[in-house]
Design a protein around this ligand. Structure first.
Ligand SMILES: [Zn+2]
Length: 193
């Protein structure tokens, strides 16, 4: 059940969450940063040793967090921002307005390229990223200019089913007949190349 329907109190009472007009001024960035530090301590990072925590303020005034979860395959590692966005959606919150990402040391880490795109979907270009103590926050739109978004999907969808290239002019000649299987061929495809 969404947090608002449960009647949960907002974690950040008093934050001026006036729609798109949130400018980060007078916001308790230090508190958001501490929350990122705390969740970083629970990260699963046995390979890199870099524990990352992400804390976000959602439009409903709630605090959501996530940490990185590494994998022995390396490529399947989940960044802290992925967990943050999963928590946001699972909590029934609508969108992120402010995010702090740290390595548990009170200093901001910049989101990787993929996570900028992930955050863009759930925060938009006006979402603010913690700049650290004494530094101004950064707009996500400045970190990911020209982002791909759902407007591209809506406007370009269905123009060309499957995006297949045009048929060749003489399809019969363009297509090669299927080659018969060679006897005695064993092993996985490509193993003898
Ligand atoms: Zn990332």
């Amino acid at each position: 059940m969404p947090a608002e329907e449960r009647g949960d109190r907002a974690d950040f009472d008093g934050a001026n969450l006036d729609g798109a007009n949130f400018d980060g001024a007078n916001f308790d960035w230090a508190r958001l940063r501490r929350a990122a530090d705390e969740v970083a301590a629970r990260a699963y990072a046995p390979y890199s040793g870099l524990r990352v925590g992400a804390a976000g303020l959602c439009a409903e005034g709630h605090l959501v967090t996530g940490c990185n979860v590494e994998n022995a395959s390396f490529g399947l590692t989940l960044c802290a921002e992925c967990g943050l966005v999963t928590t946001l959606v699972a909590s029934g919150c609508t969108r992120l307005v402010a995010v702090s990402v740290t390595a548990g040391d009170g200093r901001p880490l910049t989101p990787c390229g993929r996570c900028r795109q992930v955050l863009m979907e759930h925060g938009g270009p006006g979402m603010l990223l913690d700049g650290g103590p004494g530094a101004p926050p950064q707009r996500l739109g400045d970190l990911l200019p020209g982002a791909f978004d759902d407007a591209e999907l809506v406007s370009r969808r269905g123009q060309d089913p499957g995006g297949r290239p045009e048929e060749p002019e003489e399809p019969d000649q363009a297509r090669r007949p299927e080659e018969p299987e060679q006897a005695g061929q064993t092993g996985p495809p490509g193993a003898d190349r």
